[in-house]
Design a protein around this ligand. Structure first.
Ligand SMILES: Nc1ncnc2c1ncn2[C@@H]1O[C@H](COP(=O)(O)OP(=O)(O)OP(=O)(O)O)[C@@H](O)[C@H]1O
Length: 245
């Protein structure tokens, strides 16, 4: 696991055909503790995906720093980062097993690890299948297996359970909790769904405005039973809706 210190002096997208330049972040700071499950909420277009891309190192066009600290006084070393996107992004010309093994070095040991991961997400029998045969829920399970196969210290998730029915999304949230119980990671998770936020988060950060600022920063320290209680959940969702304005 790794703590993350985000300090963005400026992130702006320059003007492009027909669209003016946009200031996404200015003097934006967010510190995430090691092992925290931070859910980012906020209206469309505020910069949530941009923030994940910056933390992932995919977007370097900004002024500022992202520092990782795995503790132990060893100094800043790059952590293992997994990124689960809104779209499962499986390679259609590779089998399910090959897709899960993709982030690992080639070889028999990696195939064995990928198969063990598929067993954990309940899809071992689909290992030789191609992604087109899979339902969206199954594809999302494979994407989770591919994220966890590297035993990430930092897990970035951008609406990973969107477009599923409620029962399917609930099963995947359960699976994610189970996977994290065995392999703790620092999680930065984007969603528009306040129920999902309350069920999963140890901390919820609500973004607002342009450039984006932190409107609310809410710690949630709940037992599993409290999270599972519909009354408690509703109460929290209402409080959150109130806080989010
Ligand atoms: N490469 C780019 N060039 C120019 N503008 C961009 C680029 N990528 C994103 N934007 C714009 O920057 C803003 C922030 O985008 P971003 O995808 O980070 O928002 P978001 O909060 O994740 O939105 P959503 O909740 O809809 O996924 C949006 O207005 C978007 O149109």
């Amino acid at each position: 696991m790794s703590a993350i210190a985000i300090d963005i002096g400026e992130k702006r997208y320059p003007a492009r055909a027909g669209a003016p330049a946009r200031d996404i972040f200015r003097a934006f700071r967010l510190d995430i503790a090691s092992g925290e499950f931070l859910v980012l909420l906020g209206a469309s277009g505020l910069g949530k995906t941009t923030l994940l891309n910056i933390v992932a190192g995919l977007d370097r066009e900004y002024r500022g720093t992202v520092r990782f600290d795995a503790g132990g006084g060893a100094g800043a070393v790059a952590p293992r980062i997994a990124y689960a996107f809104q779209n499962p992004r499986l390679l259609p010309w590779r089998t399910v097993l090959e897709n899960v093994a993709l982030p690992l070095p080639p070889g028999e040991e990696s195939r064995r690890r990928a198969l063990a991961m598929l067993e954990e997400v309940g899809l071992a029998e689909l290992a030789p299948a191609y992604p087109e045969r899979l339902s969206l829920g199954q594809q999302r399970r494979v994407a989770l297996a591919r994220a966890f196969v590297i035993e990430p210290e930092v897990l970035l998730m951008d609406e990973p359970f969107v477009s599923l029915d409620e029962a399917g999304a609930a099963r995947l949230r359960d699976l994610l909790r189970r996977l994290l119980a065995g392999r703790p990671a620092t999680v930065l998770f984007v969603t528009h769904d306040s129920r999902e936020a309350v069920e999963l988060a140890s901390r919820i950060v609500v973004l607002e405005g342009t450039p984006a600022r932190i409107a609310h920063d809410i710690g949630l320290h709940l037992s599993r039973e409290e999270r599972a209680a519909p009354g408690r959940l509703e109460e929290l969702r209402r409080a959150l809706a109130g806080a989010a304005g």
